[in-house]
Design a binder for this molecule. Sequence first.
Ligand code: COA
Length: 175
Amino acid sequence: MLPDLPADDEMRISTPRLDLVPLTEADADDLFPLLQDPELGRFTGESPPADVQAVRAGFARWEARRSPDGTELWLNWVLRRRDDDRAIGYVQATVGDGDAMIAWTIGTAFQRQGFATEAGHALIAWLRDILEVPLIVGSIHPENVASQTAARRIGLRPTDRLHEGEVVWEFVSSD
Ligand SMILES: CC(C)(COP(=O)(O)OP(=O)(O)OC[C@H]1O[C@@H](n2cnc3c(N)ncnc32)[C@H](O)[C@@H]1OP(=O)(O)O)[C@@H](O)C(=O)NCCC(=O)NCCS
């Protein structure tokens, strides 16, 4: 069964350095400059957005928190550094009936500081504890070493399954 749509308050997640805040259209202004770096799409194949309006339109669609056909929850969080409230990236969870696929993007200037690891760890705990999702996966390009390193640190392990040419990684609980 698909979990109930979480309310804003339920979606707020905090880590030692970050606040994960439900993403809204208004976050486009802060995230657009980060998303302009073509390097972010090196492994995902995504192109930089054409303009800030395109980012706003995309984020506005995500605010519904459901796929258009209603079969999935599409949950997105902007990552804000608590020190200075700076938006440093975003994380996503596509929640279906019995599973969730997670994804992460950290602006180039903020990479290699453990932010994906920190946010991903908290996101997995939230998906398990609050939404009670039994299976958590991610799909990672075979050459995306940064994503693989962070994924391994938060308890994901590679499987022999492929998703759109990428390797499916699966969360394996240590408890
Ligand atoms: C993948 C991504 C989210 C990682 O974010 P991050 O905040 O830099 O990740 P972390 O700092 O938590 O961990 C990454 C680790 O990989 C290491 N790393 C980064 N790039 C690397 C590379 N090219 N080769 C080897 N190790 C690398 C980092 O140094 C870090 O390890 P360390 O803590 O020992 O230094 C970020 O690189 C990103 O947004 N990439 C573009 C979008 C993308 O590919 N998303 C993932 C789709 S599966």
